[in-house]
Design a binder for this molecule. Structure first.
Ligand SMILES: *Cc1c(COP(=O)(O)O)cnc(C)c1O
Length: 412
């Protein structure tokens, strides 16, 4: 559907699938370079949401009527699609959540609450999003567990030579991001999981920046948990998932109590369903799950390997062009990187620069990007981040460079 005669992909035609890309901002054609915060949504996803509400809307797992069967079937089919997308062994390994943040909180509260003791260690890295830091701080306060951090090198990669001294037998979980949302660093997930496994630690991968951008297979990566958000991969907001290896999910007690997650209830006590339903109390985000499945279908129709290559080319091209500008510092590795560039310019504070760009229809993000400890590590108040997706073009990057050049003149 997105192929051209030469066998390649018609990236221009793909833009037509995103109605919002025709918007104007401050009178200029919109250039959307903020997909790392949330991606835009293709018509296929918008249609799936509308179709659900027009033809299938009912509560799941409860009603003995036709619409409820349709809704339940669509909801559970979406779970299977997520499982296939991640290479999970079974749909029972997929818990629907509101997104990455909630998935990580589930593991911290339900798994951590049961299995972590005073003196145990959770290993994180210095480049974690606040979502993969604050839940562990809360847990540490509650249990007496300690947090440890893999340092980040000046080039934005993890200090892997420190790993053997950090990964001691006290470490019960190693939780780290797949792709850094500020630096663009792609971490060697498979190797990190293998090293953790060798000391008996479980692993959690924060795949918020990778799930929509590259092929992921949880069994090849060898992780125990993986968290992601639908809204960063063409899906709706308010839906995401936690993958958990079956035997581990089954060992974890519920975290939220309510309807849908029980087998029987008396006034004193309840018996709980098995995973994953045990973790989905209350009416779930049915439409969101269906929209997420549509997003997965859409992404797969293009191909994740092709998307990764396209985005990597854009990021590489942006690095090259940014280097032309005076007083420019780009953070993160210069070789392989995810679909974003974070930078600072001598001429202006990141906030001012980002606001200046907005006046020309260029949407970027300025600030600490939920990475305050990492910003402190680099001695910066924040950065300007341009993040890309498969609907962006080199032409838009050229326009970004023009706007930044104007900014240098304006601010100096
Ligand atoms: C966006 C992001 C999160 C949080 O995702 P939510 O959708 O806000 O829950 C966590 N980690 C990384 C690396 C992110 O980029």
């Amino acid at each position: 559907m997105h192929q051209v005669a030469s066998g390649g992909i018609d990236w221009k035609a793909i833009r037509e699938d995103f109605p919002i890309l025709r918007e104007r901002a401050h009178g200029h054609p919109l250039i959307y370079f903020d997909s790392a915060a949330t991606s835009q949504k293709p018509r296929a996803v918008l249609d799936a949401l509308r179709n659900y509400y027009e033809h299938e809307n009912a509560n799941v797992h409860r009603g003995l009527h036709e619409l409820s069967s349709r809704a339940t079937e669509a909801y559970e089919k979406s779970r299977q699609q997520v499982a296939n997308y991640l290479g999970a062994a079974s749909a029972d390994e997929i818990v629907f959540t509101r997104g990455t943040t909630e998935s990580i909180n589930l593991v911290a509260q339900a798994w951590g609450g049961k299995f972590l003791r005073d003196g145990d260690v959770v290993l994180l890295t210095e480049m974690e999003h606040h979502s993969n830091l604050v839940p562990w701080q809360l847990l540490a306060e509650r249990t007496g567990a300690q947090l440890r951090f893999v340092p980040v090198c000046d080039d934005g990669t993890l200090a892997l030579d420190r790993l053997s001294s950090l990964l001691t037998p006290e470490v019960k979980l190693f939780a780290f991001t797949h792709v850094s949302n500020s630096l663009g660093t792609i971490n060697p997930v498979r190797e990190l999981c293998e090293k953790a496994r060798a000391v008996g630690a479980l692993t959690l991968v924060d795949a918020a920046q990778s799930a929509g951008h590259m092929p992921i297979n949880v069994r090849e990566l060898g992780c125990d948990f993986l968290a992601f958000s639908g809204h960063k991969m063409c899906g709706p907001t308010g839906i995401g998932a936690l993958y958990g290896r079956a035997e581990i999910l089954d060992s974890i007690p519920p975290w939220h109590g309510g309807g849908e997650m029980i087998v029987s209830v008396t006034l004193e006590k309840s018996a709980f369903k098995k995973a994953p339903h045990r973790f989905e109390a209350g009416t779930p985000n049915i439409a969101g799950a269906i929209g997420l499945a549509a997003a997965i279908d859409y992404i797969e129709s293009i191909g994740r390997a092709a998307i990764f290559e396209h985005d990597a080319q854009l990021a590489g091209y942006a690095m090259e062009r940014l280097a032309e500008l005076p007083g420019m510092r780009v953070l993160g590795p210069s070789a392989e990187r995810g679909a974003l560039v974070g930078f600072v310019m001598e001429a202006a504070h990141p906030h001012d620069l980002t606001t200046f760009a907005d006046q020309y229809g260029l949407a970027m993000r300025g600030g600490h990007h939920c990475n305050q400890p990492l910003m402190r590590r680099f001695g910066l108040p924040g950065t300007t981040r341009a993040s890309f997706y498969f609907y962006n073009t080199k032409g838009e990057i050229d326009r970004m460079i023009e706007i930044l050049r104007d900014a240098v003149r304006f601010f100096s």
